[in-house]
Design a protein around this ligand. Structure first.
Ligand code: TXA
Ligand code: MG
Length: 334
């Protein structure tokens, strides 16, 4: 196995044969692209430090940014982390699904995975092919999003190949991701003081309902780039296209007409009758789930279309809107 520049990734379907080959590759210490319900991941054996270091090399990710560990079932949680009753309650309510829980780690999880932190971030994904692969491989799989560090997360197998095609040999095709935004991350190291580290499809209100107490935000200020990050993507610029992104509370046809056609307009729901090559819509009829699903693909395709700037509209309200707006703000941060 090598990560030499000559290899070009093969996208494979989830046949029994291919899944067996992928599981064997993972057990040998190889890295592979995998579908999840949130975004595509770049997976390796979470118990093998050398395999996990290949993830960091392939992505160009700083070793200070810890990885999420994926399990086949909640029953495996106590093998990698030290759970508490709050964690079990959230696991029962939201796993398998787009929720990651940060807990004290067990020593089987290498420091390479946790970036030296005494904690580990864990989730049980719901994508059926990824779950089958986890069961077949029979090891926990560390997987960050399968993009070059700092770029927009991938929501199709093609996105993975576009960024990492020369760094991985195999990408499992599970179709476009159903959710399209990275998982919600909650820090439960202090179960009486739960903290939301990253908003996602599991909303703060849902977490508070199950926990029966308020869930606070993580402290705002990034500490330093060189220390392990306690919260994800705390380097503000993250998930960013190369084209500058400008955010607006509301987009209007007047704004589109006032600029030249080399600026792109990403509406949530565009007004009827507004049609132009540089005008795009994420949420027909205001469907925020559709917006979440399409956001990263839209940012990627607008980024390669050669526009001078991308103007994007923030989502109204809370819940999933918080997660969408978090990714938009990071995309726009300079
Ligand atoms: O939806 C997802 O979560 C996707 C799919 C592949 O599962 N994964 C993902 O991974 O988004 P990534 O690497 O892009 O984001 C993981 C974040 C990192 O930014 C990291 O800071 C945080 O999780 N994280 C990992 N371990 C942590 C820990 N022990 N304490 C606090 N944050 C942690
Ligand atoms: Mg990422």
């Amino acid at each position: 196995m090598s990560t030499s520049r000559k290899i070009s990734a093969r996208i494979v379907r989830g046949t029994a044969r291919n899944l067996a080959a992928l599981a064997a590759a993972l057990r040998r210490g190889e890295i592979v692209g995998v579908p999840t319900e949130t975004v595509y991941g770049l997976a390796a054996n979470a118990l093998d430090a050398a395999a996990c270091r290949r993830i960091f090399r392939a992505k160009g990710r700083p070793a200070t940014d810890p990885l999420i560990v994926h399990l086949a079932s909640a029953g495996d949680l106590a093998g990698v982390a030290v759970p508490n009753s709050a964690a079990y309650r959230l696991a029962a309510a939201f796993w398998p699904g787009p929720l990651t829980i940060v807990l004290p780690k067990r020593s089987v999880i290498p420091d390479a995975v946790s970036a030296g932190l005494p904690s580990v971030a864990v989730r049980v994904p719901s994508h059926p092919l990824f779950r089958r692969l986890l069961k077949l491989a029979d090891i926990p799989l560390a997987a960050p999003s399968a993009n070059l560090f700092g770029y927009v997360s991938p929501t199709t197998a093609e996105h993975v190949r576009a960024g990492l095609g020369k760094k991985v040999r195999l990408i499992l095709d599970g179709g476009p991701c159903g959710i399209g935004l990275e998982s919600t991350i909650i820090d439960l190291r202090q179960p009486k003081k739960p903290r939301l580290l990253r908003p996602g499809a599991v909303t703060r209100a849902q977490l508070e309902q199950v926990l029966g107490r308020p869930v606070q935000d993580a402290p705002k200020k990034p500490r330093s780039k060189s220390k392990a990050q306690v919260a994800p993507g705390m380097l503000t610029r993250h998930y960013s296209p190369r084209t500058p992104v400008v955010l607006h509370a509301r987009l209007t046809p007047e704004m589109v007409h006032a600029y030249r056609s080399d600026e792109a307009w990403l509406f949530l729901t565009k007004p009827k009758g507004l049609r132009a090559k540089n005008v795009h819509e994420l949420a027909p009829r205001g469907d925020l789930r559709a917006a979440a699903r399409k956001l990263f693909d839209a940012l990627r395709s607008l980024d390669t279309a050669g526009y001078r700037r991308i103007h994007a509209e923030l989502a109204p309200g809370t819940g999933l809107a918080d997660a969408i707006n978090d990714r938009l703000r990071r995309a726009a941060a300079r």
